[in-house]
Design a binder for this molecule. Structure first.
Ligand SMILES: [Cu+2]
Length: 129
């Protein structure tokens, strides 16, 4: 009888310990490292640019999500500040062939863009566009 009681006591203690352990790990998971959001004004002009930029940013270290709004040309990036910086994200945009805020696109990357995606193309300089 005595052994049975200590067995139950041990079992209860073990269960409580596991329960609190599970709770702390769950809390750590939802908290995690902070994510920051950063916006870059680009020279993107169409949906092809959007796909190209979002894909390029998705492969960047520390980027969790990238979304380009074509009408405003603004690229919104969710990133991990412990893995990357706004400056690195701007460089990634320039390397893809697009202006990033006041900084001009990398010339060679820009040259590789299809004609329709170049900001100097006439169709993009029309007042209508
Ligand atoms: Cu384009």
């Amino acid at each position: 009888m005595k052994t049975l009681r200590s067995f139950w006591l041990a079992a209860v203690l073990l269960l409580t310990a596991q329960f609190s352990f599970a709770q702390t790990t769950a809390a750590a998971k939802t908290k995690g490292p902070a994510t920051e959001v950063f916006q870059i004004k680009t020279s993107a002009v169409c949906d092809m640019c959007k796909a190209r930029l979002e894909k390029a940013l998705a492969y960047e270290k520390g980027v969790q999500e990238a979304h380009l709004d074509v009408p405003s040309k603004v690229l919104t990036v969710s990133y991990r500040p412990d893995k990357t910086t706004p400056a690195a994200l701007r460089t990634a945009v320039q390397r893809t062939g697009y202006d990033a805020d006041e900084q001009a696109a990398e010339a060679r990357a820009y040259d590789r863009l299809p004609d329709c995606c170049k900001k100097t193309n006439n169709v993009h300089q029309d007042a209508a566009h």
